[in-house]
Each structure stands twice: as C-alpha cells, then as structure tokens.
Write a protein that binds this ligand. Structure first.
Ligand SMILES: CC(C)(COP(=O)(O)OP(=O)(O)OC[C@H]1O[C@@H](n2cnc3c(N)ncnc32)[C@H](O)[C@@H]1OP(=O)(O)O)[C@@H](O)C(=O)NCCC(=O)NCCS
Length: 177
C-alpha cells in the first residue's frame, strides 16, 4: 500500500517518521494509553519507541495503515490512529490522543477521516472498533464517529492491568448513512 497524507481541518494524518519516536515514547508512558493501548509489557524506552514507529511506517504488507495525527500547522504530535487487520474488505481501527490534546475532538475527527478514506479509497466494507467497557471516553469517541454499538464481547482482551476486560464491539459499514 502507498503512503498517503490526509487533511482533516486543523489536523493532519500522516505516516509515522523516525523523528516521532521521542514523542511516541512519552505518549506510550501515559497511564491511560498504557492501560487501554497496551504494547506487550516491555519497557517503553527510546529503542522500543523507534521500533514502534518503524513498524507502523511500513505499509508494505498491505494489512495496516497507521497514521500519526498532528496539528496541520506546527506539526506537534497529537495522537495516533490506525487501521489494522485489513483483509477482504474488513479492518479494525485503533487510536489514542496525547494527554495535552484531549477533549477537543482530535480522536473523533481522526477516526472519522481515516474511516472515510478506508471506505472511499481502500474500498473497505466494514470497520470494527473495540474498547473496554470500562473505557467510557473511548465509547463516546466510537458513538461520535458514527460507529454503531453491536454488542458486548465477554473477557475478550487483556489490557495493561493484566486483566481480561469485557469489550463493546462497534462497527461502521460503507453503506451506513
Ligand atoms: C479515549 C481518547 C482517545 C479520547 O481522545 P480525545 O481526543 O480526548 O477525544 P475527543 O476530544 O474526540 O472526545 C470525544 C468524546 O469523548 C468525550 N470524552 C473525552 N474524554 C472523556 C472522558 N474521560 N470521559 C467521558 N467522555 C470523554 C468527549 O467529551 C467527546 O464527547 P462529546 O463530543 O459528546 O463531548 C483519549 O482519552 C485517550 O487516548 N485515552 C487513552 C487511550 C485510549 O483509551 N485509547 C482508545 C483505546 S480503545
């Protein structure tokens, strides 16, 4: 898959770069991100952060499209949004926002923009979004980005606290209004 950049008002979604590694290191150390976007339990140091951005910058397998969310001017890192498990018209979406940028619609707009691109350009049919039931902020992001709630998955994913949590499954279809 070819890299793209997507404008979304005062946000820019763009592929990850090596220079993002220090900001990613700091973000992944945020307790809420460590809890709800766990990275496998190893130390989040400079080396781990560089590997993280390099893996996400490599779209060659065609199974994911991972983007840094930045301010359109200035370029500060505000968050992360990614399509993963892209396969046969389906994908899943994941995201986080750095603490300083929360509460101003960054996640909703980034998820909305990447989803629109997935339907229009990747020709996907269905994108799923899962979050822990306890993560009410993420549930609100899903609702506000038009992802309909489809049900509750029981103890379906192990989060950063080492516990399996129930999750809400939400999804959007290309044919949804
Ligand atoms: C969840 C998260 C991505 C939200 O990012 P954000 O950029 O602050 O979200 P937005 O500003 O787009 O807010 C979207 C909605 O969620 C609501 N919201 C944000 N934080 C909230 C909170 N802590 N509790 C309840 N609602 C919250 C906002 O009020 C908004 O709803 P509204 O438009 O009706 O007011 C961010 O808090 C985060 O990164 N958390 C840690 C990692 C995480 O949970 N990732 C998702 C894993 S599934």
């Amino acid at each position: 898959m070819e890299h793209v950049e997507l404008a979304a008002g005062d946000l820019l979604l763009r592929p990850w770069r090596d220079a993002d590694a220090p900001a990613v290191r700091d973000a992944l150390r945020d307790p809420a991100i460590a809890q709800w976007n766990p990275q496998g339990g190893g130390p989040v140091d400079d080396e781990a952060a560089l590997l993280w951005v390099r893996r996400r910058a490599d779209w060659s397998a065609g199974d994911h499209a991972s983007m840094a969310v930045t301010a359109a001017t200035g370029g500060d890192l505000l968050g992360s949004v990614s399509l993963h498990h892209i396969h046969h018209g389906d994908a899943s979406i994941g995201y986080w926002t750095v603490p300083a940028a929360r509460g101003r619609g960054v996640a909703v707009r980034a998820v909305g923009r990447l989803t629109d691109w997935a339907f229009a350009d990747l020709r996907l049919h269905r994108v799923e979004l899962c979050h822990a039931v306890a993560n009410s902020a993420s549930c609100r992001v899903a609702d506000r980005a038009g992802y309909l709630a489809e049900g509750t998955l029981r103890e379906s994913y192990q989060y950063g606290d080492g516990r399996r949590h129930d999750e809400h499954l939400h999804a959007r279809l290309a044919t949804d209004r």
